[in-house]
Write a protein that binds this ligand. Sequence first.
Ligand SMILES: *[C@@H]1O[C@H](CO)[C@@H](O)[C@H](O)[C@H]1NC(C)=O
Ligand SMILES: *[C@@H]1O[C@H](CO)[C@@H](O)[C@H](O)[C@H]1NC(C)=O
Length: 289
Amino acid sequence: MKYHLILYITLTIIASVSASMPPPFKRELYYTSSNPLEGSDVYIAQSFLLRSKYVTSFPANKVYDLATKKAVEQFQSGNSLSVDGIIGPATANLLIKLHLNDGYKDDGRFPEGYLYKIHISVHSNRSIPATAYLIAPNNTRIFKFPVLTQGQGPNGGYNSFSDSGNTPTGLYEIDLNSPENDPDDFGPYPVNRLTRGLAGNGAIITPDTSKSDNIRAGLLVHCGQSAEWKKGVIPPSHGCIHSWCSNIQRIWKILTLDLGVKVNKNYFGSVVPYPFNSQGVLSLELLDE
Ligand SMILES: *[C@@H]1O[C@H](CO)[C@@H](O)[C@H](O)[C@H]1NC(C)=O
Ligand SMILES: *[C@@H]1O[C@H](CO)[C@@H](O)[C@H](O)[C@H]1NC(C)=O
C-alpha cells in the first residue's frame, strides 16, 4: 500500500512536470468544427505527421481540420499512444522526437543556374562548431571556414522549428546583400541572406524569407563585433549562421572578385517577395543522424 502511494505520488509529479507543450508548440492542438485552430504551429505538426509511416497523406494546410485529426489518430495508434486526436504534450514530444529531422543529405553536386554554393555539415549538438565550405561552379571547394549554427536556448539551443532556435537543416537559395545597419551585431561586411527554402526543413520553415508568414524569417550568414564576439568562441545566434568577420570579409571578396557575384541592396526582408534572383545556394546537413 505504502509503495503504491509513493508510486502514485511520483507518477503524478512526473505527469505534472511534463505536462507543458515542448517548443515550438505553445498550445495544445485539437479539432473544433466551429472555429478551427489555424497557424504555423498546426503547419509544423502537419509537416511532422506527414513523415510518419502510420499516417496516410493529407494536405498540410495550416488548419486543424478533420483530416489532421485523423492523421493524429493514426500517428497515436501506430505509436501506441492513447488515441484522442489531440496534440497534447505526449503526442507533441513524440512527434518532435521521431520526425523533427528531415533526413536531408547534400547530393555533392553543384546545382545549375547559381554562382556559388555553401555547404555546411553540423553535429546534432549545435554547440560544437561546424565546418563550412564555399564551393565554385566547377564543384571545387575554394574556401573553408568555421561556423556556428546554434540558436538561443539551453542544451545546445532550442530545436530549429522554435523562435530563435538552431538554424534549420535543408537546401536554401541565398543571396549576397549589402551590410546590415548594425555592425556590432551583424558585422561591417556584406551578408548572405537565406532567401528561400528548397528542400528539407528549410522548405517547411522558410519557403520565402521575406514573407510575413514564414516560421523563421531573416536568417543570415554573418559575423559581429560586439563584446560577445570577443570571447574567443563564436557566439550563438537567433537562428543565423555565425562566423568570424575575417571569414565573412573573405567570402564577400571571393564572391565578388572571383565568382562574378553582385552585392544586391539589402531590404532587410521588407520587400515581398525577395526582389532579386538569388545567386547562390546553401546546403546544411546533419553529420551524425
Ligand atoms: C554539446 O557539446 C558541448 C561542446 O562540446 C558540450 O559541452 C555539451 O556537453 C554537449 N551537450 C550534449 C547534450 O551532449
Ligand atoms: C574551380 O574554380 C575556381 C574559381 O573560379 C578556380 O579558382 C579553381 O582553380 C577551379 N578549379 C579547378 C580544378 O578547375
